[in-house]
Design a protein around this ligand. Structure first.
Ligand code: PRP
Ligand code: URA
Length: 213
């Protein structure tokens, strides 16, 4: 589904994703189940994220003859925003097991809400690959837009952002700063609260994954 307000936003409304997201939101869901569901949703979302991905023809030889098949036109690079983005990587690797993985470490300063970078490690030749930036939560959009700037400094042009729950404020921020980047989410929630947490949301994703609350 697309939202009339946001041209580059794709909301993936598959019933399997939505039922699992409902369980993720539940305050009673413990960290083990939270991680399991998050990875399962990530696997299911990948199917839609890659729907229009470019392929090239290749020859394949079956036991009987040679025919034409396809492979993805570009290598894939997954870039989770630490910490919470890591919680979706195993699920995506289930479907794209040979993807390269880069990392960006960012946290939101509790007072300014601005992202603070503490770690960056990218594979070489990033610009030749299709990059998928991953973070379950898109709140103010500060972290995602900063990460997109870091990635674009490496001349990357083919880049998508995948999250689980998005706030309208964060979507608007990405579209303003990075209108070329498609955004995929499982839910567009109502708003941010005064601490920039998403409502209804699911709380602090990193804390729920790693039991650091
Ligand atoms: C969370 C989340 C995003 C960011 C979203 O990370 O995983 O990275 O907040 O907020 P924003 O859109 O307002 O930038 P957090 O800063 O809590 O770090 P963590 O993943 O290490 O817990
Ligand atoms: N980060 C989270 O983990 N959750 C929110 O609701 C907002 C930012």
């Amino acid at each position: 589904m697309t939202d009339q307000r946001f041209e580059t936003l794709h909301i993936i409304e598959h019933p399997l994703i939505q039922t699992k997201l409902t369980a993720l939101r539940d305050v009673r869901t413990d960290n083990y189940l939270f991680r399991t569901l998050l990875n399962q949703i990530a696997s299911l979302m990948v199917y839609e994220v890659f729907r229009n991905t470019e392929t090239v023809k290749i020859e394949v030889t079956t036991p009987l003859e040679t025919t034409t098949g396809v492979k993805l036109a570009k290598e894939i690079t997954l870039i989770p925003i630490l910490r919470a983005g890591l919680g979706m990587i195993a699920g995506i690797q289930n479907l794209i097991p040979r993807a390269r993985v880069g990392h960006i470490g960012l946290y939101r300063d509790k007072n300014t809400l601005e992202p603070v970078e503490y770690y960056t490690k990218f594979p070489p030749n990033l610009a030749a690959t299709k990059v998928i930036l991953i973070d379950p939560m898109l709140a103010t959009g500060g972290s995602a837009t900063a990460a997109l700037h870091f990635i674009k400094k490496r001349s990357v042009t083919d880049i998508s952002f995948v999250c689980l729950v998005a706030a309208p404020e964060g979507v608007a921020r990405i579209i303003a700063d990075h209108p070329d980047v498609p955004i995929f989410t499982a839910a567009l929630d109502r708003e941010l609260n005064e601490h920039a947490y998403i409502l209804p949301g699911l709380g602090d994703a990193g804390d729920r994954i790693y039991r650091t609350e």
